[in-house]
Structures are given as structure tokens and as C-alpha cells.
Write a new protein. Structure first.
Length: 158
């Protein structure tokens, strides 16, 4: 992991959702909802979900395709940690990043839910990758989460 420290980027966001924790976590427990929360310009499609426990849990694998600036990309995510109604962690097994680690945390606040996301990522090709695409990728990650946060407001505020 020491070589990952150089060039490691981090995105952190939080959002209050006006719904009880079990309802919110249940929504995020369904892999198909990833498509709803992903901007249409990415052409995100789930190809296969492998559930060793019959539903999302530690060890689940999700294969999907998307387009990044028109280029087709395949991505495989591993659910590395799964704690119902508290958090889950997904990490890229195969995809466009050298490293991608996303922690989703959920906390009950009265009858609402505080959701926190922490993404740590690193681009491929070291300094050249950061120089060539670092600013663009950071901007894209921000736009993806802005879209997602707005979709969450639409879904849960009715």
C-alpha cells in the first residue's frame, strides 16, 4: 500500500436522507439501484451480480459496463465488507483505476438517515496519469456524486 499513498485522491460527501435507516439501507442493498443513481452519460449497465450468500453481502461481485468519454469500460466490484444498516465497502477488482475503494456509511439520526461516502482512488500510469487526467477525473467524480445526491433527493423526498 505504500506505493498507493503517492497520488491517492479522496472524495468525501455526506447527505441527510429524510427516511428511516432500514428503508435507506434496503434501497442501497439492491445492486440494480446503482443504475438509477448513475448519470445517464456514463451508459452504466449491470452485467452480472454474483451473490455467495443469496443477496449482497461480503464477497459479492458486481460486473458492469460503462462509457467514459465515449470509451467502453468493464468494471468488476467486490463487496469487501457488509454490515447491515451500518456500512458496506466496495473495491475495484478490475476497471479503469489503479485503485478504487468506496466506503458507504449509514447512521440513524432520529427518523432520518445520514449517509456518508468516502472514495479513495488512484489513476493508472503514476505521475503521467495524474498529470494527464487528474483534474478531469476529480471533476467527473464530483459531477457523478452531485448527480447521485440529486437522485437520492428525488427518490426519498416524496
Amino acid at each position: 500500500m505504500n506505493d498507493l499513498k503517492v497520488g491517492l485522491e479522496e472524495w468525501v460527501s455526506s447527505q441527510m436522507i429524510p427516511r428511516p435507516l432500514p428503508e435507506v439501507f434496503s434501497f442501497f442493498s439492491r445492486a440494480e439501484n446503482l443504475e438509477i443513481l448513475t448519470p445517464p452519460w456514463l451508459n452504466f449497465k449491470i452485467l452480472e451480480v454474483k451473490h455467495p450468500a443469496g443477496s449482497l453481502d461480503t464477497g459479492s461481485l458486481i460486473d458492469y459496463s460503462l462509457k467514459i468519454h465515449g470509451l467502453p469500460v468493464r468494471w468488476r466490484t467486490l463487496i469487501q465488507e457488509w454490515v447491515p444498516n451500518e456500512k458496506f465497502v466496495d473495491t475495484q477488482v478490475r476497471g479503469p483505476y489503479r485503485y478504487w475503494h468506496h466506503t458507504h456509511e449509514f447512521q440513524a439520526v432520529g427518523n432520518e438517515t445520514l449517509m456518508k461516502d468516502k472514495v479513495r482512488y488512484q489513476l493508472p500510469f503514476g505521475r503521467v496519469g495524474r498529470w494527464a487526467a487528474g483534474g478531469l477525473v476529480k471533476s467527473e467524480v464530483r459531477k457523478i456524486f452531485e448527480f447521485r445526491n440529486q437522485k437520492i433527493v428525488e427518490i426519498f423526498s416524496g
